[in-house]
Design a protein around this ligand. Structure first.
Ligand SMILES: [Zn+2]
Length: 274
């Protein structure tokens, strides 16, 4: 019977409080002019993870930062919403890229950008030798809470911001036969841009518009074959429009400019709809 097992694990994931303080101070939200902040505190067994929501009084795009060590991306998103409106959902825990489940001092790990489906999450936990039924349910429910806070809904745009290290992940990894090629329909590359700085989108209209602006950009397959559990894959399943704005660490000007271009396109309506 699924219900009691699910509830038992679910009880371990407690939405503790809103607007927390105390021992979350180390990873507390930054006070930023023009933005309100709300913090949601989650427990993954003994581990705490904070989800900060920065929001402008002006409406606009929702940005998501899943990897705690990708600070160029979050700074660019904060600056963008200060100037243009919108909100940012940011995960904090101080452990770097991946999220830990801590139990009796032992750590299990998963990539928070693989936590949005059970299949993808299972693969991520397995990669870190952390796959147990309890970890899977706990991390999956955490992922669903984050997706709920971000508002992954049909026809809504969601903008994920990430950073990479020089040459480690590039637009070329989206070509057929490469790491993310199987789920990618089309790639436009501009050799005048650093291949570490690129967009990845689910909307054909946005793909065309960004390619016309000569940005590196990849378009997801309409029916991606590999369930990665990523926010991109989950957004596609939900019928939301996902946009990844990926830039090399310290490419703060480039990333902010990419956000500005995206905001202009989405604010002005896209040629050809979606
Ligand atoms: Zn990332």
């Amino acid at each position: 019977m699924r219900f009691p097992a699910c509830c038992l694990a679910w009880a371990l994931l407690i939405l503790v409080q809103v607007a927390s303080g105390g021992d979350s101070d180390l990873f507390a939200a930054q006070p930023l002019p023009g933005l309100s902040t709300v913090t949601h505190t989650f427990r993954l067994a003994d581990e705490k993870v904070w989800v900060h929501i920065y929001e402008s009084a002006s409406p606009g795009l929702t940005f998501v930062s899943l990897h705690d060590d990708e600070n160029t991306a979050t700074e660019a998103a904060k600056r963008y919403i200060q100037q243009h409106g919108g909100r940012l959902v940011e995960l904090r825990h101080g452990r770097g890229r991946n999220v830990a489940i801590r139990r009796d001092g032992r750590l299990s790990w998963f990539d928070p950008n693989r936590m949005f489906t059970k299949v993808g999450l299972g693969k991520s936990l397995e990669r870190f030798q952390s796959l147990t039924e309890t970890n899977l349910i706990l991390a999956y429910h955490f992922g669903q809470e984050v997706a709920g806070l971000a508002g992954i809904e049909r026809d809504r745009f969601i903008v994920a911001v990430h950073n990479n290290t020089e040459g480690k992940l590039t637009i070329h990894d989206y070509q057929k036969g490469e790491l993310y090629g199987a789920n990618t329909q089309e790639v436009y590359t501009n050799p005048r841009h650093d291949p570490d700085d690129y967009f990845y989108v689910t909307s054909p209209g946005l793909f065309s518009a960004l390619a016309q602006l000569r940005y590196n950009v990849a378009l997801m397959e309409p029916e991606p074959s590999i369930d990665t559990g990523s926010l991109a894959y989950f957004s596609k399943l939900q019928g939301a429009h996902y946009v990844l704005v990926e830039a090399q660490h310290d490419h703060d000007q480039e990333q902010l400019q990419m956000l500005e271009s995206l905001g202009l396109l989405l604010g002005g309506g896209l040629p050809g709809g979606n």
